[in-house]
Design a protein around this ligand. Structure first.
Ligand code: OGA
Ligand code: NI
Length: 339
């Protein structure tokens, strides 16, 4: 009973039965496609029309792309990765203060799991640390540089996100501040770091189960040289292999709804490997719970009837947590069906 409440010591995991997936949920790594990869987009393109077109195309076809020449200093990203690595390496006793299964906590350390009907929960081969960008006085005091580095990092990522929202708005043929406005005042800004230790048998486990991101926009940094993230494309898994000083950008469910299905929020997962630890830092931009979300009016006409009903984000969150631990099909609940 009590074992669910206790953190695994992430630095000395053994492949106990609670990590082992049933056959039909295993990653089947030999079937991952090596023929396809997600687009790489240079943000330092002076031809704005070309840039908007590339981002728009990637958002429609993949829902994922990597960006280079994004303007966020590499040295700051490295300091952020180091601070998180040190955090995950803290003694289990010190990390225990953050460990919780209560998702309403502002700062929390937890293990994702997969709920499979008629079975015990399967724990993901990872540890996740998440908190809001603000207020910063709740952030860890250890490692000592964590707060300072995080504040600087969040500021840079915030600027980058605003630029991406402008480019995405343009891509939809809208005013550049449109998505920003539709996502509303006081957006929900969250950070989520995922730490994946080496796993003795990557065919039996997952680092992160199949999911779509529930918010609007994700900016992800991953350990250089260590693969793990995979996305679905035409029913096949495709690796998002790390690129030097790049960010992985993916669109969340709210952008799919706002764009009336034009931009995709795509299923993805993280797999484990035998030899190298992997860290990813996901920075999320989403609406606040009182914001009303629905297909943007300018994108609706006779040929493009609304595919979703509008809702308050709080309703979406409620459905999200109702489906906790499953292969989430949250936005599907808000679909409208036309004959
Ligand atoms: C996430 C996520 C992927 C990764 O945090 O939502 O999809 O590579 N992370 O860790
Ligand atoms: Ni994700």
């Amino acid at each position: 009973m009590a074992s669910y409440q206790m953190a695994n010591d992430i630095n000395s995991l053994s492949l106990s039965p609670n990590f082992i997936l049933p056959e039909n949920h295993r990653p089947h790594l030999t079937q991952v496609s090596t023929l396809d990869s997600i687009p790489i987009i240079d943000l330092n393109d002076t031809d704005t029309i070309n840039l908007v077109q590339k981002i728009s195309q990637a958002s429609e076809v993949y829902g994922f792309f990597q960006i280079i020449n994004h303007g966020v200093p590499e040295e700051l990203c490295n300091r952020m990765m180091t601070a998180y690595t040190q955090f995950f390496k803290l003694p289990a006793e010190e990390k225990a203060q953050y460990f919780t299964t209560d998702h309403t906590k502002q700062v929390k350390l937890f293990n994702y799991f997969l709920k499979i009907q008629g079975q015990e929960k399967v724990t993901m081969w990872s540890e996740t640390f998440s908190h809001f960008w603000h207020p910063t006085n709740l952030l860890p005091e250890n490692p000592p540089q964590y707060r300072e580095v995080f504040i600087e990092y969040a500021k840079e990522i915030g600027t980058l996100m605003n630029r991406l929202l402008e480019l995405l708005s343009h891509g939809l043929g809208l005013e550049k501040d449109c998505l920003h406005k539709k996502l509303g005042e006081n957006p929900t800004l969250k950070a989520q770091a995922n730490y994946y230790p080496p796993c003795p048998d990557p065919e039996l486990t997952l680092g992160l189960a199949v999911h779509t991101d529930l918010n609007a926009l994700t900016v992800l940094r991953q350990t250089e040289g260590v693969k793990g993230l995979q996305v679905i494309k035409d029913g096949k898994w495709v690796g998002v292999d790390p690129l030097s000083n790049a960010f992985v950008i993916n669109l969340g469910d709210q952008i799919q709804v706002l764009s009336n299905g034009r931009y995709k929020s795509v299923h993805h997962r993280a797999v484990t490997n035998k030899t190298r630890p992997r860290l990813s830092i996901a920075m999320f931009y989403g609406p606040n719970k009182d914001t009303q979300i629905g297909p943007i009016e300018e994108l609706i006409d006779e040929e493009h009837p609304p595919l979703y009903r509008s809702y308050h984000y709080a309703e979406f969150l409620e459905e999200f947590f109702r489906q906790e631990g499953t292969r989430r099909l949250v936005k599907e609940v808000f679909e409208l069906h036309h004959n």
